[in-house]
Design a protein around this ligand. Structure first.
Ligand code: RB5
Length: 364
């Protein structure tokens, strides 16, 4: 069994006790932060990280901790497939598992003492979901969640944040101010390469017959004109090789935009796209989704040239940028290796990694 844990500052001490308890029971632990005490941090990001790990089945269950367990469970419950409830006693943990089949238990660092953790978590882990009438109710909730999600996808776009440990590990290194230009370039390509598996998940397949050394058989092959990637100059260039290593036949377009200093609007200075762009699955590459202005303008440009099926692939996204791109282009799915907190007064993503173009090309 593998369990993801996450907390904010108010749950930080409790997280230590939780991890000790899980390890004593030989349970695999995926620690999704916070990794240090920071009284300004928020419960929302760890809740989404743990929720994401449940949703994509990286883990079997999750444990979240904030001051009360309330805020962090509200946030986690927004992630599809998560059933999170705050529990303060072994009895409430037992019922929440037996009746509600919770896959995430939330604890309150200001409500529960570290020494009470084993009894509460033990009750949760050792109780079976009762199924029956309870399952019917959960199924009904799951159905409503699914249709709400479909609605959301049509009206408001879809965002995928990557929770895979390898990606998180590499994002952790690339952020550091200590990381050299050479390492930055290698890491950006590696992270993008790891993202390819997910971003290409919906590419259409056709069947064809081949002959193996043993006999004829039907295999699957990616159909049609396939993919195009379009880096937004210049930082987007750092993501190109990572994709080409896995999909070498994919065509590459380029878009160059600069920000007009008076209007602050993005202005096109270069645009060269594959001639058959309207037939391809298009992935616009822009590592830092900050305000969303340039990504949105790049997508607009691709649409004007006939592009139809477009996704945006980023390294780090800020909520402001996601909102902007989805407001302008609700049909565009966004993939980002990480979701950060906010933008600072200079429009930089916080905590971010600074200017990706400068770090990639060593220009600062
Ligand atoms: C943070 O101080 C606190 O408000 C938070 O941890 C949580 O209790 C919210 O539900």
């Amino acid at each position: 069994m593998k369990i993801a844990v996450g907390c904010d500052h108010a749950g930080y001490v409790l997280k230590g006790a939780v991890i000790d308890f899980l390890r004593a029971r030989n349970i695999d632990v995926l620690d999704l932060g916070a990794y240090e005490y920071d009284k300004e941090d928020s419960y929302v990001d760890p809740a989404f990280r743990v929720g994401g790990a449940i949703s994509d089945e990286t883990v079997d269950a999750g444990i979240l901790m904030c001051g009360t367990g309330y805020g962090i469970s509200i946030a986690a419950n927004k992630v599809p497939g998560v059933r999170a409830v705050a529990c303060y006693s072994p009895e409430s943990a037992k019922t929440a598992k037996a009746h509600n089949g919770i896959n995430v238990i939330a604890l309150g660092g200001r409500e529960t003492k570290p020494e009470d953790v084993p009894a509460i978590l033990g009750a949760w882990l050792d109780t079976e979901f009762e199924g029956g009438r309870h399952l019917q109710r959960l199924n009904k909730i799951a159905k409503a969640e699914k249709s709400a999600l479909n609605l959301h996808t049509q009206a408001g776009g879809k965002i995928t944040i990557f929770t895979h440990p390898l990606i998180q590990h590499k994002v952790g290194i690339i952020r550091s101010v200590e990381t050299s230009v050479k390492q930055f370039r290698e890491l950006l390509n590696e992270i993008t390469g790891l993202m390819v598996y997910e971003i290409t998940r919906t590419l259409p397949l056709t069947e064809k017959e081949i002959t193996t050394p043993i006999q004829k058989t039907i295999v699957h092959t990616i159909e049609g004109r396939k993919m195009a990637i379009i880096p937004v100059l210049r930082a987007g260039l750092g993501m190109v090789d990572g994709i080409l290593q896995i999909v070498p036949n994919c065509k590459v377009g380029h878009i160059g935009l600069y920000r007009d200093e008076k209007t602050l609007k993005p202005v096109e200075y270069y645009c060269k796209l594959p001639f058959d762009i309207e037939e391809r699955d298009i992935f616009v590459l822009d590592p830092m989704l900050a305000t969303g202005g340039s990504s949105s303008a790049a997508i607009e440009l691709v649409k004007k040239r006939g592009g139809k099926k477009i996704s945006l692939v980023c390294l780090i996204a800020a909520p402001e940028g996601i909102e902007r791109v989805h407001a302008d282009h609700p049909d565009v799915n966004i993939f980002s290796a990480a979701l950060d907190s906010h933008l600072n007064d200079h429009g930089y993503i916080v905590p971010g990694l600074g200017d990706a173009g400068d770090r990639l090309f060593g220009t600062k």
